[in-house]
Write a new protein. Sequence first.
Length: 277
Amino acid sequence: MAERECSSTSCTKESCEGCPSKQSPQSFLVEQNKFSNIKHVIGVVSGKGGVGKSMVTASLANMMASQGYSVGILDADITGPSIPKMYGLHGPAPMAEECIQPIYTKNGIRVMSINLLLEDEEAPVIWRGPILANMVKQFWSDVAWGEIDYLFVDMPPGTGDVPLTVFQSIPVEGILVVTSPQDLVRLIVKKALNMAGSMKIPVLGLIENYSYVVCPDCGKEFKIFGESEIDALSEELNIPVLGKMPIDTKLAELADGAFDQAENEYLLPAENRLMFL
């Protein structure tokens, strides 16, 4: 027997109770670990690789930790994890009460990454999409994060299985889109924004990396990747620019295991935005 369709002329409040068409949309959110209490989840995304997304993630984590907040980084870039290397972290991550425990950086940031679970951290992760996606879910459900004010999710580049899984499975409050001043920036950013829009994830702002390089002798700025389009794109999309990062050799040096010492003043607008969530 076919299910009866709802009709504004035939249905009453009483008759519609339990009606299939009245059911809420299916939620794919995964329950967080029982030892976790996470207030804000921020995704850091990019339309392509190589734009410094992980450096932005780690910089923002450092900034919020320096303000006294409890901070974590979920490294969702399973096939190209870089967060542990930046902080000089090594596994294996400890287990307690059947839960995975995050590893702490020297400045108190809790980190979970596939590299902290592998016996050989240099071994490639050659997994298909569904397995990658399930691992990210486990970083949310099986890791005992504890009390966290801000959890930053370092996403893999693009709009594939893992970003989709993060947006569906984890209650992401908003995303920051990292890009660089190149000709394809408009197309690349719009792909990321369209994906976020389709998943109803708010875009908090745009961050541009490699904006310029400062001459160490004369202090003059050189835009080696050409003129930026980020401001025009920001105006077109009505999304604020929350930082323009130059090529900074000091940050690059610290990213080789000592990033807990990094202070990234170029992202102060992003820090201010996060504090008012």
